[in-house]
Design a protein around this ligand. Sequence first.
Ligand SMILES: [Zn+2]
Length: 237
Amino acid sequence: MACLICGQDGGKIIGHKNGYRLIECTNCSLRFADPTPTPAELDALYGAYSPNKAYSRKTASKISRTKRRILRYLHMSPGRRFLDAGCNIGTGVEAARLIGLEAHGIDVGNDSIASARELFPLGQYHAGPMESLPTSWGNFDFIYSSEVFEHLPELHGYCAALTARMNPGGLLYLTTPDAGHWRVPANFANWSEVRPPEHIVYFNKQSLAQLLTLHGLDVVKFEWNMKPGLKALARKR
Ligand SMILES: [Zn+2]
């Protein structure tokens, strides 16, 4: 199976989980599950995904966390147009709105978007894939993407659709599990983040930077993290 980033065939098999082979690309070091789920399988996974609608303490703490993350880099943003790519029930959109940004959110889950509209009705939401982002929303200065990339079977299609809607100098702040972290088990299949068909792509700093570079983004920094998670800030050229 060809690497999802660089296209090289014949990666190294590094384990098995849930009936999937785990492959490491010998060229760009991306790890991924093989085979990648089909569109029908993904629809079954996320189409019927039922979010927890309750406004909980956890919801409030997620809003606070996202506010802190946005505020850390807002001074570098070329403008105030914000998109949460993979917004789930809308906590990131609400965080941005509370800061005073023009807050938009997109998610493939219809139920998630319905909950977002109910919980945080002042944001703007759209249910569907990245390619269906409403053109009337224009382009964005700050895109936030938390724990989304590890779910994506079509990395290039997604990134192309995302970066096409970023203004020059626009920021992308993204988080995803870190397969290169020192706390990842030596037996990769034992890592809790390896759970195909949900989590199917496992980045390290190198492979994530390569993907972003191919789509016209420069990595500004990876935040230090005690836990095995990448927190990357990238800027559109
Ligand atoms: Zn590769």
